[in-house]
Design a protein around this ligand. Structure first.
Ligand code: SF4
Length: 235
């Protein structure tokens, strides 16, 4: 399996100490992607090496987070890892773009997921503008599948880029989504896939909070803002 690295984190799965595993590869080309080195990374890990990495820190972990890249490019590897995580009694979280609903369904049927962070990059009909591919309706299908499983907590996340998202886009987007939490993430302009975005100003946390306050009445769950300056803030 292709893995770019791991890190121990107290913020990736709120309230839990987690081992985050960054699975390499992704078929999308999001203009603001800052995991560029992971998209084509060819570092191979054996399942034994991953299991040993998890086991060596298991005593002080609550959870394992599978992130990327797009982890479900390597679904068989993800299933093997998560089966081990379940066996040793830790919680599981998956970060995904949601473009593979059938693979999400497979993981749900196997009861391998406690928490999913699903990217909603823009309104479902405008996905090509940001990702280069018309995959928004796959994401919508994934969102429904996860919402239909009452055992799985669903966080939806949008990286807000001032030149790619109008206020109207954000209002339309929040109308289309359903989940437990909606997080608006601050765009960072360093090391991004599309060099044109390096000139775009990073939105300041004050503006992000204001945007979140305007969207909050239209979303049933909790609304959060995530910025480099203040971390996660509940609005
Ligand atoms: S931001 Fe887009 S291109 Fe980058 S890893 Fe995530 S889904 Fe793939």
């Amino acid at each position: 399996m292709y893995i770019g690295g791991t890190v121990i984190s107290s913020v990736e799965f709120h309230g839990n100490m987690s081992l985050v595993i960054f699975m390499s590869k992704c078929p999308l080309a999001c203009r603001y992607c800052h995991n560029v080195e992971l998209l084509e990374d060819n570092t191979e890990w054996s399942l034994e090496k991953v299991i040993s990495e998890i086991d060596s820190s298991a005593d002080f972990l609550d959870a394992v987070v599978i992130s990327g890249g797009e982890p479900l490019v390597q679904t068989d590897a993800v299933i093997e890892i998560l089966k081990h995580v379940r066996k040793i009694g830790l919680k599981t979280k998956l970060d995904t773009s949601g473009i593979y609903p059938d693979k999400i369904r497979e993981l749900l049927d196997l009861k391998l997921l406690d928490y999913v962070s699903l990217d909603v990059k823009t309104t479902f009909s405008k996905y090509r503008k940001i990702t280069g591919a018309n995959v928004g309706f796959n994401v919508k299908k994934s969102m429904k599948l996860i919402n239909d499983d009452s055992n799985v907590h669903l966080e939806l996340r949008t990286t807000y880029v001032p030149t790619l998202h109008t206020k109207k886009d954000m209002l339309n987007l929040v109308d289309e989504i359903k989940g437990d939490i909606y997080t608006i993430q601050q765009f960072r302009n360093k090391n991004v896939l599309d060099p044109a975005l390096e000139k775009v100003e990073v939105p300041n946390p004050h503006d992000l909070r204001k945007l979140a306050e305007e969207l909050k009445p239209y979303f049933e769950g909790q609304v959060k803002v995530k910025s480099a300056e203040f971390g996660e803030e509940i609005i």
